[in-house]
Design a protein around this ligand. Sequence first.
Ligand SMILES: Cc1cc2nc3c(=O)[nH]c(=O)nc-3n(C[C@H](O)[C@H](O)[C@H](O)COP(=O)(O)OP(=O)(O)OC[C@H]3O[C@@H](n4cnc5c(N)ncnc54)[C@H](O)[C@@H]3O)c2cc1C
Length: 380
Amino acid sequence: MPRAVIVGAGIGGLTAALALKREGWDVSVFERASELREVGAGITLWTNAVKVLRKLGVGGAIEAAAAPIRTSELRSWRGKVLVRTDFGALGDKLGAPTIGVHRADLQAALADAVGRENVQFGMTCVGYTPDDKGASALFAEGDVVRGQILVGADGIRSLVRNQLLGPEPPRYAGYTAWRGVGLIERPEVPVGVTVLAMGRGSQIGMLPIGGGRTYWFATANVPPGGAAGPDGHKAELLKRFADWWPAFPAAVEATPDAAILRNDICDRPPVRKWVAGRVALLGDAAHPTTPNLGQGACQAIESAHVLAQSLKRADTADAGLLAYEQSRFDRTAQITNESWQLGKVFAYENPLKCWFRDRMFGLLGGLSVRHTEKIVGVEV
Ligand SMILES: Cc1cc2nc3c(=O)[nH]c(=O)nc-3n(C[C@H](O)[C@H](O)[C@H](O)COP(=O)(O)OP(=O)(O)OC[C@H]3O[C@@H](n4cnc5c(N)ncnc54)[C@H](O)[C@@H]3O)c2cc1C
């Protein structure tokens, strides 16, 4: 049985391991963290990703732990509804829903399906050595592990990518995001509804993810590299968003300060090369994307499935990896570019531009459903 060495046990690496395992590969996933960390945040998985997860046999487990999204509300920062979209009808039409899920539930379901014995923790990849018929991953712990293919699914600051393409820092989008999950007994954002509120230089989002939990995020245009102030993230957010729609501060209040995450939002301009010989990049290592379309992980999931299918169809692993690279570039590049542009619009600070933006979103509601359908209606 051919062996696939996968670096990184994030959503991309675990989905790739599952997709390859189902096609007869012996999979070994190596993760530098000491365990599958429970990332304290939720995630939106659109129809396109849910369809892949169903094909991989994990749709049931993941959908059972998640909350379906039927309605999307775009609001002003004061909470006024600008446009309400029926994503339930879109999901019904396309044959799979959009869901909100806790990242820990998603990763646990993927790891169970991959087989926990196939995931090794505390293994930091420091480089690889290619050969004609495979590649060996080198680990800081001293181990060398060879596979017929090596998949670099080690995130936006991928070491495998650094070796394959040369070092280059990610591109800062100009805004930082805070994220958290609050347990709210009587949420103002009910199950089935996702809310995005836009203000001047900031946006907030809220989304029930099942089990009485509400996932929220907020962004602000600030210089990169910032850290929590002396009073912590929670106090800063409550101050920053004090006069916004009250549902948001309530969700922040329901989140322990230590569980709030802060990340600079970055991507990389699309590049065509993700493959060299038997080494391939996948997920954020290949096509990191700002979160404005909620498609980063969805694209990692798509790429994982396409990788396994391309290898299955090709006569050789080399040809399969090249076919994977070619078939994924246009779609992921379009999403990366569009998400970047949308992020610029969400980050407007000028009051006139913000006023115009809010009016336009209200007017173009119907168009935006059709556009969303073009993105999430693609089946890989
Ligand atoms: C604020 C925010 C909100 C988002 N919201 C959404 C959303 O709603 N929907 C959506 O689809 N996407 C969303 N995304 C994007 C999504 O989170 C990413 O695209 C996705 O997690 C990428 O998965 P990955 O497995 O490729 O990379 P990662 O999740 O970064 O995983 C990489 C793994 O590799 C490990 N690793 C790194 N280096 C090494 C090494 N040298 N050796 C061994 N292991 C290593 C890391 O520890 C990590 O576990 C969001 C992103 C952000 C920042």
